[in-house]
Every structure is written in C-alpha cells, then in structure tokens.
Design a protein around this ligand. Sequence first.
Ligand SMILES: NC(=O)c1ccc[n+]([C@@H]2O[C@H](COP(=O)([O-])OP(=O)(O)OC[C@H]3O[C@@H](n4cnc5c(N)ncnc54)[C@H](OP(=O)(O)O)[C@@H]3O)[C@@H](O)[C@H]2O)c1
Length: 312
Amino acid sequence: MNSDRVLYGCMGLGGSWDRDAYGPGDIDAAEAAIGAALDSGITAFDHADIYRRGKAEAVFGEVLARTPGLRERVTIQTKCGIRPAAGDRPGLYDLRGHSITRRVEESLARLRTDVIDVLLLHRPDPLADADSVASALMSLHRQGLVRHFGVSNMGAAQIAHLQARLDVPLVANQLEMSLHSRDWVEAGVLLNTPALADNGFPFGTLEHCHDHGIRLQAWGALAQGRFTGRQQTPAESATAELLTRLAREKDTTPESVLLWWLARHPARIAPVIGSARPERIRACRDAALRDPDLTHEEWYELWVTARGVPLP
Ligand SMILES: NC(=O)c1ccc[n+]([C@@H]2O[C@H](COP(=O)([O-])OP(=O)(O)OC[C@H]3O[C@@H](n4cnc5c(N)ncnc54)[C@H](OP(=O)(O)O)[C@@H]3O)[C@@H](O)[C@H]2O)c1
C-alpha cells in the first residue's frame, strides 16, 4: 500500500520527448535522480506509460537491472489510459479492457519487473464501460501482475462508480493540487459566492477520498517552480519571499515548506515531485522526512498571499 509522504514523479526521466531512443547519459541521469530521491527518504516512484513516450519507464528499468536489491526497496506506480496524438490522429483516452491489459504488459516489460505495485487509470474515458474496466483490473490482480489500483484526475462520483464493481479497494487518486492550482481547496470556501462559477473541482472529492482511505496524490506540487525561482506575477513573488522567510525560521528549504502546505491539509495529500535535478529533489527532503511544520496562521498566510486577494 502506498503510504509514502512524498512520491518522486518520473515524467522528467528518459531524455527528450522527441527522440525515439534513450542513451547511456539518460540512464545515468535517471540513476542520479533516483539516488537523490532515495537519499531524501522517497521510495515511491510515479510513472505513466506515456512519459517520454515510454522512455521514462525504460530508463527506470535499466537502473533497476543494474542495481541489485533496488526493486525490493521501491514502490512502483504507473498509469495507463492516455493515447497521445500520432500523425493525423488526435490524442484520446482509452480505458477499454483489452487496452488496459496490453498497456500493463508493455509497462512491465519496460520497467523490467514482474509486478506493478499501483496502477492508476490516468484520465476518465467517457466511452469506458465500468464493468469491463473492473473485469480487466481484477484479471490483472488475479494474475499477480498488479497489486493495487487507483485513479487520476477523477471526481468522487467516477471513483464510486468504478469501486462498486471492484473486489479490491482503490488506493489513490492523483490530481493537480498545489499553491498555484488551488481549485481543490478554493471549492470548499467559495460556496455561496459568484466566484464558485469559475471553479471546476468536483465537489466532495476530497472528502470522499479521505473517508474511503483513498490517498490523494498531488501532481504539479512544486507548481513548476513558480514560487521557488520561476516567479512571474507579484503574488508569486510575494509567496516566494514568504516561503523563503518561513524556510529560514524552520531551518529548511522553500520547496519543503511549499510541499508542507499540501501535506498540512487533513485529507493526507502526498505531493508528487517532478524535478529531474538531484539538488532540487534533495531540497524536498524535509517534506518527505519531517511532519509538516506550519501553524494554522502560517498556512492561511501562504494561501492568501498566493491567491493575491483576501478570502471571501
Ligand atoms: N496524473 C497526471 O495527469 C499527471 C500530470 C502531470 C504530471 N504528473 C506526475 O506528477 C509529477 C510532477 O508533475 P510536474 O512535473 O508537472 O510538476 P512539478 O513537480 O510541480 O514541476 C516539475 C517541473 O518544474 C521544473 N521546476 C521545478 N522547480 C523549478 C525551479 N525552481 N526553477 C525552474 N524549474 C523548476 C522542473 O524542472 P527541473 O527538472 O529542471 O527541476 C520540472 O520540469 C510528474 O513527474 C508526473 O509523475 C501526473
């Protein structure tokens, strides 16, 4: 089961999106990133079949193959269900039962492992029949190819609809959640205000996941650097200054305070960090190893500073 506080997101591994093949340098870079994650107390690794067009899983498999004992130390999560655009064909979602089975077999081969610890359905497919999705997942589970299942970018009703057809509990829901992408937390306080109309977050999803033991995982948790070096707006600059001050006071890094802001929420949110740079991965170490050190007032100060306008 995935109980890690922070996951390492492998979307940046495997070299350029454009190239078909990876080289020795890409394997070395992956090894350095994986090593930095392990040094920082992170043992859960998040993949998808589509990351770098399969090369992220493939270089991870190469590192596993050349590092005896590593497979036993890590949790491997991957996703299926997105088919990127190819030639004249637009991208689409595909959660047909036979597609799920095929994608899992391909991921297992690239990752050079016998079992996937957690398989997430990457995005909802409007054409998916929940009965045949569940049947494919249960077959993978019975064969011992996948230990646990979860979803990504799904709301409470979609999760409940699938869960009703499964014999095993869904364990994770991965959503974009950060101090920059705040719909998930804003939805709860904008009720009865006109601003709610701009908020598309499926109401009740946090509570549903919390109540059913479904771990919320936050993708984009570092906000792609918007508060830790890549500020573009006055609110982002003010938030970056506040993070720096809080980090100094708490003897940690701005990145860890940023991730603590997510982890401090009672729904038990696990950030997925996507940097491929060892030094930036190590900057997240305290988020993986220490309890969130933010007071009620500090948490609100960060939220209000990032939104740039007072709460309703
Ligand atoms: N479920 C989904 O639909 C979904 C979607 C997207 C991603 N994900 C998962 O979530 C993980 C994280 O997502 P993400 O990569 O979008 O978000 P992120 O962790 O917020 O951002 C990481 C990206 O931002 C850059 N970055 C971070 N801090 C920076 C700074 N101070 N200055 C400059 N660049 C900075 C990193 O570059 P460097 O590598 O140079 O540090 C990297 O490209 C992915 O690896 C993937 O596993 C899931």
